[in-house]
Write a protein that binds this ligand. Structure first.
Ligand SMILES: [Fe+2]
Length: 425
C-alpha cells in the first residue's frame, strides 16, 4: 500500500500538472481529456467521463471519457429542476445508488447516466459549478483496488474537479471574448467601408459643383495614394492620404458656383473668394473624427508652396506637412493634365518641364521624385498596374519621348537630394 506521504506528494504532483495543463492548453478538448487522465491517475480510478453543460442550458454533452462503455449517449437531456438541483449541490459527490431518496430532482438524469454507462458502474457524480454557473459534471467509476473512496480522496476529487471546471469556464470566457473581438473587428471594418463610401460620395458632390473638372477629386485621391505608396508609406497611411486627396477641395462647397465654373480667368476678388476653400475645408473637416490622422491639415495646406508664396498661411518648406505636399503635387498634376474652361491640357513633356522648374519652389523634391518614379514604372512596364496611365487616357503618353525625360529628371533631383542631405549634416 502507498504510504500517506507518498500519496500526498503524488496528489500534489497531479494537481500541479492539472493546473499547468489548464493554463497552457489553448485546445479545450485536449485540456479536458488530459485533465480526466490526471484525475483518474491520481487516485487510481478505473474510468470516468466529463460532461459539459452546453450554452443552450438543456443538455450535458460528453467531452471526454475513459473506460466507460462506448455506447454512452450524447447529449444527456437536463431539465430545469435537475439544473437547479446540481447548482444547489455545488461541489459534492452524488452517488447514483442513493439518489432515489435524497435528490429526487436528479433521479431521471442520474438514472440516464447509469444506463448510459452500462456495466461500467458509476460511483460518483460531481457537478462542476463555477461562480454560480453550472459548467458540467464529472462521472467517476470505482477505484481499481475495489476500496471505497475516503473523505480525503473525495476532497482531492472536488479540488481537481474545481480546477477542471475553472479551466472550462475560462476557455468559454476567452471564446466569448474572441467572438466579441471578431464582431468588433467586423463592425470596425464596416464602419471604415461606410466612411470610405461617404468620402467618395462627398468627392463626387465636390466635383459635380465644378462642371469643368469632373472626377478631379477622385483622381487627386488616386495620385496621392500612388505617390505615398512609392514613398514607402505604411498601408494605413496610404489609405489616409487617398482620403485627404478625395476631400482636399471640400471647401469649394461653400464657394459660389459661378466663380468655380467661370469660363474665363477670374478677377482678383473672385480669386480671393476661391482661395478661401482650403481654410473652409479645414473648418468642415476638423469636427469629424477621421480614422486617419491629419486629413483636415492636408486639405488646409494643399495650396501652400515651399517658397512661402502659397495660401492660406504662406507656410514654407518644413512647416508644410508632407501629406499636404503630396496632395499639392497630385492636385497640380491633375490640373495640368486635364482640360480647363480657359485652356486645354498641357503635354506631358511640358508638365515635366514644369516639375523641373518648380521643384524646390512649389513642389517638394522627394515627392516629385516619387511621382516620376511611379509614372516611369508604369510606362516602362515595370509596374503591373497602369493606374496613372489609365487616368491620363489613351494617346497622351509617348513612351519614347517621356522615358528619357523622366529618367533625366529623377537623376537630377536625386543629386539635389543627396547634396542637400550632405550639406545639412
Ligand atoms: Fe484646391
Amino acid at each position: 500500500m502507498e504510504l500517506p506521504t507518498q500519496k500526498l506528494v503524488h496528489t500534489f504532483g497531479a494537481l500541479a500538472d492539472l493546473g499547468q495543463e489548464i493554463t497552457d492548453s489553448s485546445d479545450v478538448s485536449e485540456m479536458v481529456r488530459t485533465s480526466l487522465h490526471l484525475l483518474l491517475g491520481a487516485l487510481g480510478i478505473r474510468g470516468g467521463a466529463i460532461l459539459e453543460h452546453m450554452a443552450d442550458g438543456q443538455v450535458l454533452k460528453l467531452v471526454a471519457a475513459r473506460g466507460i462503455d462506448e455506447g454512452f449517449p450524447e447529449p444527456l437531456h437536463i431539465d430545469d429542476a435537475a439544473r437547479v438541483a446540481l447548482l444547489n449541490a455545488g461541489l459534492s459527490a452524488l452517488s447514483p445508488e442513493r439518489l432515489t431518496t435524497d435528490k429526487p430532482d436528479l433521479c431521471a438524469l442520474l438514472e440516464e447516466c447509469k444506463n448510459a454507462a452500462g456495466t461500467f458502474g458509476i460511483q460518483l457524480f460531481v457537478p462542476m459549478v463555477v461562480r454560480g454557473e453550472l459548467v458540467g459534471a464529472v462521472l467517476l467509476g470505482g477505484k481499481a483496488t475495489g476500496e471505497s473512496f475516503t473523505g480525503e480522496e473525495c476532497d482531492i476529487i472536488f479540488s481537481m474537479v474545481r480546477h477542471i471546471g475553472v479551466g472550462i469556464h475560462t476557455h468559454r470566457l476567452l471564446e466569448q471574448l474572441e467572438q466579441r473581438a471578431e464582431e468588433n473587428r467586423r463592425l470596425y471594418e464596416d464602419l471604415r467601408t461606410i466612411y470610405r463610401q461617404t468620402v467618395r460620395a462627398f468627392a463626387a458632390a465636390i466635383d459635380i459643383k465644378d462642371k469643368y473638372t469632373q472626377g478631379h477629386s477622385e483622381r487627386v485621391g488616386k495620385y496621392s495614394e500612388i505617390i505615398a505608396r512609392e514613398m514607402g508609406w505604411a498601408e494605413e497611411e496610404v489609405e489616409g492620404i487617398a482620403i485627404a486627396g478625395y476631400l482636399h477641395d471640400i471647401g469649394k462647397l461653400v464657394v459660389e458656383r459661378d466663380i468655380i465654373n467661370a469660363p474665363y480667368r477670374i478677377d482678383a476678388k473672385q480669386s480671393s473668394e476661391l482661395n478661401r476653400h482650403p481654410a473652409a475645408g479645414f473648418e468642415i473637416l476638423s469636427p469629424i473624427h477621421h480614422p486617419y490622422t491629419d486629413i483636415p491639415l492636408m486639405a488646409k495646406y494643399h495650396h501652400e508652396r515651399l517658397d512661402g508664396r502659397g495660401y492660406p498661411d504662406g507656410l514654407t518648406d518644413k512647416q508644410i506637412p508632407l501629406g499636404a505636399k503630396i496632395v499639392s503635387l497630385a492636385d497640380s498634376f491633375d490640373a495640368m493634365t486635364t482640360d480647363r474652361p480657359y485652356k486645354t491640357r498641357r503635354s506631358l513633356e511640358d508638365v515635366i518641364v514644369d516639375f523641373r522648374f518648380n521643384t524646390g519652389k512649389q513642389f517638394d523634391c522627394e515627392v516629385v521624385i516619387a511621382f516620376c518614379r511611379a509614372l516611369l514604372k508604369e510606362i516602362n512596364g515595370e509596374s503591373k498596374e497602369r493606374r496613372i496611365l489609365k487616368m491620363l487616357g489613351k494617346n497622351y503618353v509617348e513612351a519614347e519621348k517621356i522615358i528619357p525625360l523622366l529618367s533625366e529628371l529623377i537623376s537630377e533631383l536625386d543629386c539635389i537630394q543627396i547634396s542637400s542631405a550632405a550639406s545639412s549634416v
